[in-house]
Design a protein. Sequence first.
Length: 322
Amino acid sequence: MLPSKAKEIFNKEKNEFFSDVANTLIENYILKSNLVALKVLFYLSKGNIKSTGKNKNLYTFKIDTIVMSDFCGVNKKTLQRNIKKMTETSITIIDEKNKSIEYVSVIPRAKFIDGTNIIELGMFEDIYFMCKKAVSRYTNINLTNLMKLKNKHSIRLISILEKISQYDKHVGKRVTYSLEELNGIFGTNYPRIAEIERKILKPIKKELDVFSKKSFIHQVNYEKKPKSTGRPRAVSITIDLIINEIENPKKEKNRAFLEWVKKIREKNINEVLLYHPEIEANLRVSSKGLLYWDNGHELNATKAKEFWKWMYENQGKLLIQI
């Protein structure tokens, strides 16, 4: 076998192993950690944070706690408390191929420097790249929006929606889970489907509809042949993927402006929009939708655009009723 081929096979096996471990890593961590710890993990792995050095396979990151606290939406004390807890929390990595079990802290080292806002965090090289690979699957939400999430279960469901979106074209973008499976996914122990729907799925949907490109609708499934004559028992929930159109505030504002201009052009043809004392003329809109001065004074396209914007922002000063 050629050395290049051997290296290709090795890298493929390594990537497959890293992918499996990375998926397990993030899933277990989401179940066991609170939302602040998850945001720290995503901030380090998905943000543009560069290592300041490496010693014995341990990457060191120097981070401004004020910037990080603001980005994660918590105060400095809360951030420090959660990072300390992360140094004390271990994850389990099972390598079935080599038949080994390893317990590792995601952040084994955290150093807060008195008198400054700087914190030094250390992560083992393998763990760091596993984390980066795991969070790279979250392509349907950007880091800024992810930091706005208030529910850690939202992050768990995002990964499920990402998997559903990758189904083949001829396969429905949906998945069905039993009560036991849902409790396993979210790390809960609810006795009834209705509680998971009310306490987990509905709050998640409210968040994802605002912050994520992908969201979902769900349907509660009931047993087909009830054992009693009462209300049938809920046995599972089907989750269907839907695509959200997240509005860009600038685009939304521009769309409102264009709709306003269109309305004026249609309903206020040749009416006096405003009087300009320096030009000594009224500003009107022609049947072709163009602004003009009624004394024949020239009004070029650039100036017309400026007047349209001014009028939109000062509608109360116009001589027409809108």
